[in-house]
Design a protein around this ligand. Sequence first.
Ligand code: NDP
Length: 424
Amino acid sequence: MSDLMHDSVFFSNELFKNVVKQIDESCLLAGIDPNVGDRLKRPKRALVVSIPVRMDDGSIHVFEGYRVQHNMTLGPGKGGIRYHQDVSLSEVAALATLMTMKCSLVGLPLGGAKGGVRVNPNLLSRAEKQAMTRRYTVEIANIIGPDRDIPASDVGTDGQTMSWLMDTFSQVRGYAIPGVVTGKPIEIGGSLGREESTGRGVVYCAEEAAKILKLPMNKQTTVAVHGFGKVGSIAAREIHALGTSVLAVSDVSGGIYSRAGLDIPEVLKWVQQHGVLKGFPNSEPITNEDLLELNVDILLPCAMENVIHKGNAERVKARLISEGANGPITHDAHAILSGRCFIVPDILANAGGVIVSYFEWVQDIQSFFWQEKEVNEKLKSVIVQAFNEVAGTSKRLNCDMRTAAMARAILRLEKAMLLRGLFP
Ligand code: NDP
């Protein structure tokens, strides 16, 4: 890593540092042009915006928001918008970098971007959230659009947030532009299967990895799922549907555990009625920390980054981890775990979301919508093929799946960047 890199504003973030280390290792192993490697360690463009919002009590609060476009060699930027109190410019830059790698790895004609607002969305009323989303959209409107950069939902945002974003962008332009954003409800140009796509992909990858480990997907195989939001709840539902025993799931306030295995469809109904996992009948409470260290075969971290770190990695017992979240395992923890645990890296395991986001964008542009069966079949075929290609590279280069995935992603980018050349 060049010394100059330490001057970068982005380097203050742990996830950004981890991603840069991954890029360095993969570039070295795959013999990537050092100029390409260096370029990929910095985002193309980063925008910081102030978002003044009139709160319900009449006061004005100014929130800080970001949109980072990491690389657009392969096509328009693509990446979610996160509402979370810990969001920072450097975290968003790290997530944008991972998006570049993810889109490249699974062969999409898209670049990498990410956005965020530093706010705890649970403390906002619906009206405040709407006002904040609309003003944020206007502030970043100059750099987004169906042919420039296409946001989507992420932590703390959902189909409703994407609807407000799509509406605001369309109002400003004067006509409906559904292709500006993905993760929309079906009624305004969303794709069937998008909501479930990330969780499904996480489980398709776990199934493929289990075949390599000769781990059967049956009642004897135990699973823990960290995070029960858009990704974790679907991943839990899908892996439970395969016949495995899901012993524990959690949300931000803690988790629930059952030695006999949780009835996930019932847990989903409970959360719909009560809003939280807490109190689910016939279960014991478990902390998020203990859940990660449970004696299970498969762990699906589907909440936030850096939750498995050098302080707890030794105690993580799972044989297989499929990363639903972005960056849940730090670089140090990965080194501790990789000898004894098969890790499907984030840019592969959670790529289902961006794959179906790409399908949504294509459907919007063509104004021609597909059946859910077609969406799901195409998703499975793209992600399973990517998994097998990464597993092949990992064997050929004698490296772990994360390094192999990153190397494949960078190799595709390297070819495109060298063909396009340096402007001016
Ligand atoms: P959501 O906001 O829908 O869900 C996040 C879940 O994690 C919630 O259950 C939340 O609890 C829980 N959580 C938040 N903080 C913590 C914490 N510190 N400890 C334990 N649990 C916590 O987000 P998503 O499911 O969309 O995203 C989860 C991860 O997946 C993120 O890393 C995101 O970037 C990644 N991802 C998401 C994609 C998507 O399509 N949505 C695509 C690819 C990656 P509570 O509900 O109580 O707040």
